[in-house]
Ligand binder design. Structure first.
Ligand SMILES: Cc1cc2nc3c(=O)[nH]c(=O)nc-3n(C[C@H](O)[C@H](O)[C@H](O)COP(=O)(O)O)c2cc1C
Length: 203
């Protein structure tokens, strides 16, 4: 689908038909989403596919009740986490890239970038992680709609280590957002947007 069409068509939907989204479709959606940009190409996103009813119910205990309906009826459910161990992430990237990296890139990922991220204070690391999550989530939403599904984004849950405990996810990953999706008869309503006079300045 053309980008403008996709952008105009994507509106949040909060009721799905409960039919399971095939894992192959979910994988294809994540493969597209991960093409998102990230600072120093850190790719600090981590997707957890909630597949079992037990995992879904466990997750629900940490979600605001007003968000339960969309999660319960979703046919696909992702919790997006951020990897907080940036040095290890860089090592992983360089290992996986192998010969795809030239000497310069190898040097960056095995040395220069590692020194750089080691000097991040907590606030800067938080900014990096949150920004990267935002970008990959937007890509994910478009990939979901492009594949014929609808979705929403949920921040309204307890974003604490309890989520890691319930889902048995390594605590180096920080829970960021929940994305329920699936087929839906609901016609998402275009929501109000401020116009350029309120959001743009020229210098
Ligand atoms: C970071 C973020 C957090 C959100 N959290 C929730 C949420 O907890 N529950 C909910 O129903 N919708 C949530 N939404 C959906 C927004 O309410 C929705 O995107 C916004 O009203 C604009 O509507 P649109 O998506 O149809 O353009 C969230 C969206 C974003 C981007």
């Amino acid at each position: 689908m053309e980008y403008k069409e996709l952008a105009n068509l994507r509106h949040d939907v909060k009721h799905f038909d409960s039919k399971k989204v095939p894992l192959e479709d979910i994988k294809e959606i994540i493969r597209t989403a991960r093409l998102a940009p990230s600072g120093i190409n850190i790719q600090s996103w981590h997707f957890v596919v909630i597949d079992s009813i037990e995992a879904k119910n466990a997750l629900l205990t940490e979600v605001k009740p007003s968000n339960h309906e969309q999660i319960k009826t979703s046919g696909g459910l992702l919790v997006i986490f951020s990897d907080s161990h940036y040095v290890d992430r860089l090592k992983l990237i360089s290992e996986r890239a192998g010969k795809e990296f030239d000497d310069l890139e190898t040097e960056r990922f095995t040395n220069r970038y590692q020194t750089y991220v080691s000097n991040f204070d907590a606030e800067y690391l938080n900014t990096y992680m949150s920004t990267t999550t935002g970008l990959v989530t937007m890509n994910l939403l478009y990939a979901i709609y492009d594949k014929g599904y609808k979705a929403n984004v949920i921040l309204g849950f307890n974003r604490s280590e309890k989520i890691n405990e319930l889902l048995k996810i390594n605590k180096k990953f920080r829970p960021e957002l929940i994305v329920p999706f699936g087929k839906s008869e609901e016609i998402g309503k275009p929501s109000f947007r401020l116009d350029l006079e309120d959001i743009m300045e020229i210098r």
